[in-house]
Ligand binder design. Sequence first.
Ligand code: ATR
Length: 267
Amino acid sequence: MMITGTTRVFGVIADPIDHVRAPMVFNPVFEDRKIDAVLVPLHIPAHDLEKSVRGLAAMPNMGGVCVTIPHKLPMANLCDDLSLAAQITGAVNAVRFDQGRLIGENFDGAGFVSGLIGEGHDLTDANVLMIGAGGAARAIAVALAGQPIGQLTIANRTLANADAIATILREHFPQLTIQAIELAKVDAVLPAQDVIVNTTSLGLKDDDKMPCSLEGVDADVIIADIIMVPEKTAWLLAAEKKGLKTHAGKHMLDYQRDLIGRFLNIL
Ligand code: ATR
């Protein structure tokens, strides 16, 4: 890949920076598709975020940045425009520079939904059960609510957190049936579900309990996780063993590449 005076420049901002994946995800695509762009790691400490980003946004050949830890929330506060997903999560993972303006998006949920559809799972009229009500859950809930699903049930250990997401979503998606329940009472709703997605941290550790039982679920249900390491959580392995359809966490990230590329006007 030859970088010249015409090459458009993009970045990924983080602190620490050495673990970022975006350069390895995007640059090979630019090379394959002969796109005159490059994406570089930009190490920005938290206390320098605003001045660094204002400087970057003032550069005419700098198109935007991917955003990761610890900047996802503070960067949302610096944006001039936020998508609905970014507003509801209060976090961004991509920011486009548009003549000095900062346009923020959060593709976590869109990546999850795009991954499900891309892997051949139909969401039309689906009853979806989402387990968890943290930051990732918010992103996924907004993206699911934007699909022609049947209904959305949010089950969480702390009911108030599930209720908070349901209340916000009902304002934006009044036509959709959304219910919030305690995770302890989830067994009663399992048989009616077409898709069950775990957005909690349960499954990261070997001795974690399962997000929910797999007894009593429909034989055609899709069991989806967003945990990336391990690639197959104990819950997904148990679902596979029962012959259920499964959807691993890695798809959520993989499918964000093209969404972010299009948003940044590169791909
Ligand atoms: P993230 O931003 O990655 O989504 P988070 O905001 O900390 O992380 O959210 C973690 C989610 O996992 C929450 O839904 C949390 O439930 P609570 O709202 O009750 O805290 C859920 N969670 C974490 N540990 C859990 C456990 N041991 N059992 C059930 N739910 C758990």
